[in-house]
Design a binder for this molecule. Structure first.
Ligand SMILES: Cc1cc2nc3c(=O)[nH]c(=O)nc-3n(C[C@H](O)[C@H](O)[C@H](O)COP(=O)(O)O)c2cc1C
Length: 150
């Protein structure tokens, strides 16, 4: 069993690419030592992160992340056991998205605002699973809803 936790947050200040890179480099170098995999989505000042691993390791990391002043309004949307990690191939995958794409990845219409998307995910584990699958699809290069044709 793998423990998976999904949370949303709002960046304290709009993140520049170099700040995001620094954050990711730290995550990618630190996570393997804790058996953590996952994905981080950044959309217009909002974060959505999926953390996977051994329960204690995920909760410890979440504690550290929650104290990070680079973001606020941290809300755990889903947490529980899943049969296997979805992002086993990634120390911490990164996906940059528009809020419209994130809404569509969760199976909602593009006009739904992110706070409402997060509320839906919190209420419905199936929607969380759909978002996770969509993010995975983006990472492996499948065209999904909201994809821009080449
Ligand atoms: C949105 C966001 C996501 C983060 N994700 C991770 C992560 O996956 N792994 C990690 O080690 N740190 C992550 N961090 C950084 C932690 O909050 C914290 O800075 C770091 O774990 C401290 O590491 P240290 O105790 O080794 O200095 C993240 C920070 C933010 C703002």
């Amino acid at each position: 069993m793998t423990f998976q936790l999904i949370y949303s947050s709002v960046s304290s200040t709009p993140m520049q690419m170099d700040e995001l890179e620094e954050l990711l480099e730290h995550a990618q170098s630190s996570n393997p030592g804790h058996g953590i995999t996952g994905a981080l989505v950044y959309a217009d000042g909002h974060f959505l992160q999926i953390l996977e691993g051994e329960r204690g390791a995920v909760l410890d990391l979440m504690d550290r992340i929650a104290k990070d002043l680079r973001h606020e309004t941290i809300a755990v949307l889903q947490a529980g056991d899943v049969p296997r990690p979805a992002f086993a191939a990634w120390e911490m995958a990164y996906v940059s998205a528009t809020p419209q794409q994130v809404a569509q990845w969760a199976g909602l219409t593009a006009s739904v605002q992110l706070p409402e998307v997060w509320a839906d995910i919190r209420e419905d584990p199936a929607r969380a699973a759909q978002l996770t699958q969509s993010i995975l699809g983006v990472l492996v290069g499948e065209a999904g809803p909201g994809a821009t044709p080449p």
